[in-house]
Design a protein around this ligand. Structure first.
Ligand code: GDP
Ligand code: IMO
Ligand code: MG
Length: 423
């Protein structure tokens, strides 16, 4: 068996959580491969809305294992809160969850370092979610990190103290940055206790054995391609590989074992935090998309920046990820527009190109748009793609022709049921 991959093609919040939940019945294991509590994946069904940060989005489906891979970073405090929020649903969460021993831990001091670093950057700040993601991955690559496997070691506390000592040394250089670590440590240690009671596995063996025995695995990405540490709009990115290749390193899956790659994108585009965004709309059109799409961060509540869909950007993401099929989300949000704009090219120094440029942060870039007619309809009640307005079908066909990948799912609302398949 091969591992299918589902990931975001824009700057995150494309609707990954919703689609993972919708297709989970086709799988035995859902595995997160990178990121951490900077992610907020929203699921809606039966009138319930749920936001997941670390736990994979297959958790609500019976008989499915949810695996947190080695590429993920875990904050025990956020994790404990997430577990508690799932309690009222009445299922045995522990029986559905396994965690890699190699996943790294976010310490309270990682969060402090994140905040201190952003403060020091001033107007150049990344706009981090302040969950400690950057400092934790820095300790991972710097070979100082603590992993889930360490919590079972008799000298765990010593290891923890040594790393905290190091962090406090760095924090001393951030003049004027104040904090109370003792307040943060109690809940953190409680979270560690909770983690000790869960199933920790050698997830690379677990997954490869599962594949051998015929189990179907879906890898769930967090963030989006344009936030990838290598291929995103650096330095305004996150600290992990959010692209398909991240599945190999974040789960221990060999490249030839990758199957379908499902790329998720919105019918428009959003970004939260700082950094370049070629098609951003700083006018009332952008405001209207934000309002209609309820574009406020699932993790931080910050307003998301909104703009038209950007084909050079999507083509780039499709190339890097090897996307085999697309899901277009939030088509319902564009239901009020006479005209919908699609950026097909950029004008850079007077030259027309559909290549996403290296120096996007510095270069003067003018998006070139093609105008398509809007569908001017409420799509939220649709149950079949056949019944969709012609103008929506034209929009989908136009994007498919430009992107050269089929759009197999069109989403018309946040609920599980508001999902149309386009065969
Ligand atoms: P993720 O991080 O990629 O999982 O996406 P988020 O959950 O952060 O953000 C997507 C938001 O859009 C959530 O509030 C979803 O409930 C919502 N959503 C997903 N699909 C649709 C859709 O087709 N239409 C509308 N109106 N909302 C959607
Ligand atoms: P999901 O999985 C949208 C953004 C932050 C910031 C940058 C770096 O829900 O799509 P970090 O906390 O990682 O140091 O922040 O990345 N960011 C996201 N934006 N969705 C996310 O996750 C994000 N995770 C991080 O806003 O600009
Ligand atoms: Mg999100």
């Amino acid at each position: 068996m091969k591992v299918d991959v589902l990931l975001g093609l824009q700057w995150g919040d494309e609707g990954k959580g919703k689609i993972v939940d919708v297709i989970t019945p086709n799988y035995d294991i859902i595995a997160r491969f990178q990121g951490g509590p900077n992610a907020g994946h929203t699921l809606e069904f039966e009138g319930i809305k749920h936001v997941l940060h670390t736990i994979p989005s297959g958790i609500f489906r019976e008989g499915v294992i949810n695996l947190i891979g080695n590429g993920v970073v875990i904050d025990p405090v956020v994790f404990q809160k997430e577990m508690e929020k799932l309690k009222p649903f009445g299922f045995d969460i522990r029986a559905r969850l396994v965690i890699s021993k190699k996943a790294h831990l976010i310490l309270p001091t990682h969060r402090l370092l994140d905040a201190a670093s952003e403060t020091a950057k001033g107007k150049n700040k990344i706009g981090s979610t302040l969950k400690g993601i950057g400092p934790t991955y820095m300790d991972k690559t710097g070979r100082n990190g603590l992993r889930v496997g360490d919590i079972f070691s008799p000298n765990f506390k010593e290891k923890y103290d040594a790393l905290v000592e190091k962090h406090l040394g760095i924090l001393k250089h951030h003049e004027g940055f104040t904090y109370d670590l003792s307040e943060l440590e109690g809940p953190w240690m409680e979270g560690i206790e909770l983690l000790r009671g869960l199933i920790a596995v050698d997830s690379e063996h677990y997954l490869n054995e599962a594949l051998k025995s015929g189990k179907r695995v879906l890898a769930e990405g967090a963030q989006g391609t344009m936030l990838d540490i290598d291929f995103g709009t650096y330095p305004f990115v996150t600290s992990s590989n959010t692209v398909t290749a991240g599945t190999c390193t974040g789960l221990g899956i060999a490249p030839q074992k990758i199957g379908k790659v499902i790329g998720i994108f919105k019918a428009y585009c959003t970004r939260v935090g700082s950094g370049p965004f070629p098609t951003e709309l700083l006018d009332e059109v952008g405001d209207s998309i934000r309002k209609e799409g309820n574009e406020f961060g699932s993790t931080t509540g910050r307003p998301r920046r909104c703009g038209w869909v950007d084909l050079p950007q999507l083509k780039y993401a499709i190339m890097i990820n090897g996307v085999t099929e697309l899901s277009m989300m939030k088509a319902d949000v564009l239901g009020n527009f006479d005209t919908i704009r699609v950026c097909t090219h950029y004008l850079i120094n007077g030259e027309k190109t559909d290549r996403f440029p290296y120096d996007i942060t510095d270069v003067e870039l003018v998006p070139v748009y093609e105008d398509l007619r809007g569908w001017k309809a409420d799509l939220t009640g649709l149950s079949s793609y056949d019944d969709a307005p012609d103008a929506l079908k034209e929009y989908v066909s136009f994007l498919e022709a430009q992107l050269e990948v089929p759009i197999s799912v069109v989403s018309v609302g946040p609920d599980r049921k508001q999902t149309l398949t386009n065969e």
